[in-house]
Design a protein around this ligand. Structure first.
Ligand code: NAD
Length: 439
């Protein structure tokens, strides 16, 4: 991801919050508090590389809002990771958790590194040191990391082990997205892609769009994109193009996703697949299709290419794939955009299920997890839709209104610490007031 894009991402997230605050007539004090993350940690992560060199990576953990603690959010390994990006993503997580009715605040973490060029041993050493550096702020009732770009079950297992070794007690609840054997949940690996599939199907039904045979394009064939593509393919949608970071493959008659998955499990192999034509990531986004699923990274659809997008529906599987300027262009073209905090919320929903199962030491069947996921996604979709119709706003605005309003209400209920009547203690009878408006 490019640095300027990530900076814009924070500006975009703040602009979104400001616009929604205006609509909600949010208390100015609460609005101010929501614009700032509650806690940001920057750490250096010295790591021994396989060739004997010492590399020092920079890691981050940002906890945006702890009103509904613990906080929750993924960890990504990517060369574009920086404080602005992690802050914006933590803020999005706050709205997402509130929208889905989960008892979490938003957090995010990451290490600025190119995981695709590192060995498993290097990744393990870096992960363990990163976990040690952020150990003060994470924990099963404090802040719970999960996988995101270029992190997976294996990384979560190393994080859990490092935390447990330092605390002296095995603590599976410190992360979600763990391997099954270590207390992971059935269905977690597929949850985000499955959630995207449920939402796209619900939207097609609601807006009278034929689902079977719908032409689907998926950018990013990783954990999220590949699952969404497979489930849509199994439901007889025609997945005409998919890509990874090195390029894509296009076949107007539809790709055999099962075969593609079997042959191209390794990254970078998609463009070598034979049953279709090679296509660049930019051309892929502009293909004539019914459903476009950006499932790679932020800032992929900008004011530069939005005018050429020909999809009818875009489901944001990635976080922030559409810039605010592009959003406005797509609105004038009447493209239906299903926002990230709704479309990709399946992952955090099943992370919540994993956390609950772990706390109870009682594990559910996969069909129960998928049913509960379908239910939670369906309820959120209907709430977002109803508010968008009532307020005559797009789905992104209504999803944000729901999420932000819930957090603001919870903040109001808790009040501000210390409050107006708090005493400094040393001089009885005197009280002091805060200059800023308390909520
Ligand atoms: P992943 O690392 O498994 O896969 C990422 C995929 O995107 C890979 O195929 C990679 O090659 C491709 N890619 C990277 N840069 C690209 C580019 N510029 N153009 C095209 N393809 C590119 O990651 P993931 O877990 O599938 O996450 C994908 C997106 O979904 C991220 O934005 C992430 O924040 C978001 N997300 C993930 C989860 C989750 O549970 N994993 C949950 C919510 C949101």
């Amino acid at each position: 991801m490019r640095a300027e894009t990530t900076h814009d991402m924070l500006e975009g997230a703040l602009a979104q919050l400001d616009a929604v605050a205006l609509r909600l007539k949010l208390d100015p004090g609460i609005h101010k508090r929501l614009r700032q993350p509650q806690r940001s940690l920057i750490v250096s992560v010295p790591t021994l590389m396989d060739d004997g060199r010492l590399e020092v990576f920079t890691g981050f953990r940002v906890q945006h809002d702890m009103t509904m603690c613990p906080t929750k959010g993924g960890v990504r390994y990517h060369p574009g990771v920086n404080l602005d990006e992690v802050t914006a993503l933590a803020m999005l997580m706050t709205w997402k958790c509130a929208l889905m009715g989960l008892p979490y605040g938003g957090a995010k973490g990451g290490v600025c590194c190119d995981a695709t060029r590192m060995s498993q041993a290097e990744l393990e050493r870096m992960t363990r040191r990163y976990t040690s550096e952020i150990i003060l702020v994470i924990g099963p009732d404090q802040d719970i990391p999960a996988p995101d770009m270029y992190t997976n079950e294996r990384v979560m297992a190393w994080m859990m082990d490092t935390y447990s070794m330092q605390r002296g007690i095995t603590t599976p609840g410190v992360v979600t997205g763990k391997p099954l054997l270590l207390g992971g949940s059935l269905g977690r690996r597929e949850a985000t892609g499955r959630g995207v599939y449920y939402i796209v199907k619900a939207a097609a039904k609601e807006f009278g769009m034929p689902f079977r045979g719908a032409r689907v394009v998926v950018q990013g064939f990783g954990n999220v994109g590949s699952v969404a593509a497979r489930l849509l393919h199994e439901e007889d949608c025609r997945v005409i193009a998919v890509s990874d970071r090195l390029g894509g493959i296009y076949n107007p008659n539809g790709l055999d996703i099962g075969k593609l998955l079997a042959e191209c499990a390794d990254e970078g192999r998609i463009s070598q697949y034979r049953d279709g034509d090679r296509i660049s990531n930019q051309d892929l986004l502009e293909l004539d299709c019914d459903i476009l699923i950006p499932a790679a990274t932020a800032g992929e659809i900008t004011e530069k290419n939005a005018g050429r997008i020909r999809a009818r529906v875009i489901a944001e599987a990635a976080n922030g794939p559409i810039t605010p300027e592009a959003d406005r262009i797509l609105a004038t073209k009447k493209v239906l955009v299903i926002p990230d905090i709704l479309a990709n919320a399946g992952g955090v929903a099943v992370s919540y299920f994993e956390w609950v199962q772990g706390l109870q030491q009682y594990f559910w069947h996969e069909h129960e997890i998928n049913e509960r996921l379908a239910q939670i996604m369906g309820v959120a979709f209907q709430q977002v839709l109803a508010l968008s119709r009532k307020e005559q706003v797009d789905l992104r605005t209504s999803a944000l209104m729901l999420g932000v309003n819930r957090v603001a209400e919870a903040k109001k209920l808790r009040g501000l610490y210390p409050g107006r009547h708090a005493s400094p203690g040393s001089s009885p009878g005197r009280s002091w007031t805060l200059a800023a408006t308390p909520p």
